[in-house]
Each structure stands twice: as structure tokens, then as C-alpha cells.
Design a protein. Structure first.
Length: 84
């Protein structure tokens, strides 16, 4: 799902509490927020099961120097209300 401008602003405002975030790989502190919201789901034996899956929506940050990736729970950041 593509983030709206409002959702991007909410994510960036929430992440400001941790700024500057130092990259654990290259030690630089410049990040790009991905335009899309991603998700991880629980493993249910390898099959694609949608109706019973636990889904965690994620805001993705990429280090502008080394491309290290950070994942933040979008519900906890206040970007989306819930996974369902
Ligand atoms: Zn980096």
C-alpha cells in the first residue's frame, strides 16, 4: 500500500523521537522513507494463508549510503490504526 502524504508525515514525526538514527552498518545518519507500507506475516507452514495470518504493517527506512534497511511497526508509529 502506498503511503499517503499524511501517513508519511505521521511516520516521520514519530521517527523524529529517535533522530538522528545512526546506521549500524556504515554509521551514517541519512535515511530515505519508502513510499510504500510493507508487511510481514506469521509463518503458517509455507502455504499462503490470508484469513488466519497475523500481519504486522511496516514502515521501511533505507540508509542512503549503504542501503541497510530498518523496519518499524506502522501501528506503533501511528501510521495505520491496525493490521486488519
Ligand atoms: Zn548505512
Amino acid at each position: 500500500m502506498k503511503l499517503t502524504a499524511e501517513q508519511t508525515t505521521r511516520a516521520l514525526n514519530a521517527l523524529q523521537h529517535f533522530a538522528p538514527i545512526e546506521c549500524s552498518v556504515c554509521k551514517h545518519k541519512e535515511w530515505a522513507i519508502n513510499d510504500y507500507l510493507f508487511e510481514v506475516r506469521d509463518f503458517l507452514g509455507g502455504g499462503l494463508t490470508v484469513d488466519r495470518a497475523i500481519v504486522i504493517p511496516l514502515v521501511v527506512l533505507n540508509c542512503k549510503t549503504c542501503s541497510n534497511t530498518l523496519l518499524f511497526n506502522a501501528v506503533q508509529l501511528g501510521v495505520v490504526a491496525s493490521a486488519g
